[in-house]
Design a protein. Structure first.
Length: 304
């Protein structure tokens, strides 16, 4: 994915004229095929394909290095098993994408168990702005739908796909909440600020590298992390509500909504931003430690 910001250097012609159109055609074809088979079958098929292909990709080496660095006490077998399980999980997520509308996310469907629903309802009814924080765990695309099913509209920043055709497929054919997604960039940040001023709710996935972010500990190594959640939360003194999805088996999930985090208030704004960002990052690390096979280990979280 790209940043989606304006002012970028134009992409090379090979990408614009060859790579992106081809990837867009593949995305459209994959969506068309997977949408014609049942949800569980699409999830299994995606998992099986990724389990075979993923370990052969160059980024598998990066993922393996990240896991080894994060769990230095693990054996080679434990690392390899987690890698295989990760690829199967990511393949399942891909297979489930075109079936997001098939999930009943109200909390009444045994396929998706919602824990902590009372925190969603409290955020909906308190008349205040609120910030949800999550990570690329489980099938994270279910989370906006869980909020909507409980009467809560949540807007989120995202990074548009490089290929224009793929981006149209994603927004028009796959994501039921695409109208609530705000492209990353200065304009997007301004829109989020306006939403919070109107007592609305926004969401951030906080587990990705941000080059302009602040360095905080993550699995024992410094990782550049967005301070945006802390900046907005401390400015508005609004709740920061953790929410995450965990795959329990197959295409079944548990979504957990936790109580709002404590906001530091020492009078030192920069110190409070750093403290809250550290606390959020540690929370995400603990989530990943519970289900390491459900995280995006190939991502350049530590810039390598």
């Amino acid at each position: 994915m790209s940043s989606g910001e304006t002012g970028r250097v134009p992409a090379p012609w090979r990408k614009r004229c060859l790579t992106w159109p081809l990837s867009g055609a593949l995305a459209w074809s994959a969506a068309a095929v997977l949408s014609r088979i049942q949800l569980d079958a699409a999830s299994r098929a995606g998992g099986a394909v990724a389990r075979r292909i993923g370990p052969r990709l160059a980024i598998n080496r990066r993922a393996r290095r990240h896991i080894a660095d994060s769990f230095p006490e693990w054996s080679e077998r434990e690392i390899d098993d987690t890698l295989l399980a990760m690829w199967e999980h990511l393949g399942r997520v891909a297979g489930e994408y075109v079936h997001l509308r098939d999930f009943d996310l109200s909390g009444d469907d045994p396929r998706v168990t919602v824990v902590g629903r009372e925190h969603l309802l409290a955020a909906r009814d308190d008349g205040r702005p609120g910030i949800f924080v999550s990570a690329h765990l489980g099938n994270w695309e279910l989370l906006p739908g869980v909020a909507l099913a409980n009467g809560l509209t949540v807007h989120s920043i995202y990074r548009p796909l490089n290929a224009p055709i793929s981006e149209r497929v994603l927004r028009q054919r796959i994501l039921p909440h695409a109208h609530l997604m705000i492209p990353k960039g200065s304009a997007g940040a301004g829109r989020l600020a306006r939403l919070l001023r109107r007592n609305e709710h926004v969401a951030f996935l906080v587990d990705q590298r941000l080059n302009e972010g602040i360095a905080v500990p993550f699995f024992g190594r410094p990782a550049r992390t967005t301070p945006a959640v802390a900046v907005f939360a401390l400015h508005h003194r609004c709740p920061v509500i953790p929410i995450r999805a965990q795959r329990t088996r197959g295409a079944e999930f548990r979504v957990t909504v936790s109580p709002p985090l404590d906001l530091p208030d020492t009078g030192d704004r920069d110190a409070d931003i750093h403290t809250l960002t550290c606390n959020i990052t540690l929370m995400v690390e603990n989530w990943i430690r519970e289900t390491p096979e459900q995280w995006l280990w190939p991502h350049r979280r530590w810039g390598k």
